[in-house]
Design a protein around this ligand. Structure first.
Ligand code: FES
Length: 274
């Protein structure tokens, strides 16, 4: 049997024999993820219209939760003017800037998003069997991409944020009577939006690859511990849909901020169901 040696030549950037629309997923990622980053950055710098209290409601935008400092009546540590130095430009006194780095860091270092935005934002790698723009490979072992390895620590913070968001969803179920000052149970559209936000972010967080590893990925004989095995199977099942949860939670968390913002600006009306 004879053997034929074929010399492979390196493809130039973007060169490929693929026929389909291989570039479409990256283009969609560029538009959708880029829009989300743009909107959330804008919203984080606004510093207002993040809390809706009309009609006794208490809807807090997830971009501003936990509200460490902010409005005197609702923030954990009171009015932001008592904390922010007077020389700081107003733009940088937004309460969201104190906390948004944690969920933002969690999403930016996510294993799924890394694969998606490396392709979409700087085309490296651009796609399977498509010519790449570089000749060397530094991977994630050198600065700045080595910082992506912080993902597991952002996960711990994300789990704490879920507790806070659960409390926000609970608060959104209670409406204070303006006359008697008594709080009573109720459901508005905002209650549903903030509860959906909690559910979607929980599915995204509990399907995280780092959580899966934390629960059982480092064990040689996982089946010896039945509870741990059950948790691992549960996270593994969610993990198989991680990409789906990543996109759904992105839309819902962005919409939650838009909903609270527009209700607070009295552009939208929050309808009460109960
Ligand atoms: Fe996506 Fe952890 S891998 S959130």
């Amino acid at each position: 049997m004879s053997t034929v040696l074929v010399q492979l030549t390196r493809r130039s950037f973007g060169q490929t024999m693929r026929k389909g629309a291989w570039w479409l997923p990256s283009l969609l990622t560029f538009i959708v993820f880029g829009s989300f980053v743009g909107y959330s950055t804008w919203a984080a710098f606004q510093g207002e219209h993040y809390l809706f209290t009309k009609g006794g409601a208490h809807y807090l935008s997830p971009f501003y939760s936990p509200e460490l400092i902010g409005y005197a009546a609702s923030a954990w540590f009171g009015d932001k003017t008592g904390w922010m130095p007077a020389w700081l430009p107003t733009l940088f006194t937004s309460p969201a800037l104190l906390i948004l780095w944690a969920p933002g860091g969690f999403r930016l270092t996510c294993y799924y998003y890394r694969g998606a935005y490396y392709k979409a934002m700087w085309a490296d790698p651009i796609a399977c069997t498509v010519g790449e723009p570089r000749s060397g490979y530094r991977g994630e072992k050198k600065f700045p991409l080595i910082l992506q390895n912080l993902h597991r620590y952002f996960l711990y913070l994300a789990l704490l944020f879920l507790i806070v968001l659960a409390y926000d969803a609970y608060e959104a179920m209670w409406f204070t009577d303006p006359v008697t000052k008594q709080a009573h149970f109720g459901i508005g559209v905002g209650t549903i939006v903030l509860t959906a936000d909690l559910i979607c972010l929980s599915l995204y967080t509990f399907s995280c690859h780092s959580l899966r590893h934390l629960i059982g990925g480092r064990k040689n004989e996982l089946s010896k511990n039945k509870t741990q095995k059950a948790c691992y199977d549960c996270v593994s099942s969610l993990n198989s849909r991680h990409m789906l949860f990543a996109w759904i939670s992105l839309f819902v968390v962005g919409f939650s901020d838009i909903y609270v913002r527009l209700c607070s600006m009295e552009i939208w009306t929050d309808f009460r169901i109960l």
